[in-house]
Ligand binder design. Structure first.
Ligand code: ADE
Length: 224
């Protein structure tokens, strides 16, 4: 899979893509990232990519020209399955979205801009608008990094233990059960006995029960 991210702040995203599991996924050839600075695509000699809004609102607006030129440039190299725009008024990004996007071959993520983006970008260049939650960030960069992380992590082979991506919270609309490691007792706080029993069926039953209990208690909306 290839993910191209278009932004005015590539440095805000770079670190997130180039460490830990995402770094390893790139090294294994399971994903390729491209980071593209919008300022490289403007014809303005001062590298400006925003301008005053028509109609006299406050603040500056990201111009369509550099966005279009950048996307056209990317499209001249490959076909894209989706061109995503990160914005708080987009569809809610969920685990289901991550799973869906992970099946695609080539993806562009255009980061929203705190000052707003010429709406023609959204009308003509974008295929999908995504929000990571009902709150407003200063820009779409962290949202793009988060989307890339959630998508890449479910690509087969990215997480060493294939089973672990499937038993995550949200994969079956259930929160994950608790996990413990050594020591079995710390300050008198004991790990549930069943996990020490070696009894596989009982352990699996306990995990499922815990997942149901936690979901019912913490996220009853998921059980509907
Ligand atoms: N840009 C600013 N806030 C955002 C959000 N909640 N989701 C996606 N992009 C954003």
């Amino acid at each position: 899979m290839r993910i191209d991210i278009v932004t005015v702040l590539p440095e805000m995203i770079e670190g997130a893509l180039n460490c830990s599991i995402l770094k390893r996924a790139q090294d294994k050839g399971l994903v390729q990232f491209g980071l593209h600075n919008l300022r490289d695509y403007t014809l303005d000699k001062h590298r400006r990519v925003d301008d005053y809004p028509f109609g006299g609102e406050a603040g500056m607006v990201l111009q369509i020209e550099p966005v279009d030129r950048c996307i056209e440039h990317l499209k001249s190299h490959r076909n894209y399955d989706e061109i995503i725009f990160t914005t708080p008024d987009g569809e809610q990004f969920t685990q289901k979205t991550a799973n869906e996007l992970s099946l695609l071959k080539n993806l562009i993520i255009l980061c929203g801009h705190y000052k707003g983006v010429d709406y023609r970008v959204r009308e003509h260049l974008i295929t999908r608008e995504v929000s990571i939650g009902d709150f407003v960030l200063t820009g779409g960069e962290l949202a793009a990094a988060m989307i890339a992380d959630a998508v890449v992590r479910v690509i087969p082979g990215v997480i060493g233990d294939e089973q672990s991506a499937l038993s995550d919270s949200f994969q079956d609309n259930l929160l994950a059960p608790p996990v413990y490691t050594r020591p079995a007792e710390y300050k008198g706080w004991r790990v549930p006995e069943v996990l020490l029993s070696g009894h596989e069926r009982k352990i699996a039953e306990w995990r499922l029960e815990q997942a149901h209990d936690r979901t019912k208690r913490l996220r009853p909306d998921l059980m509907k």
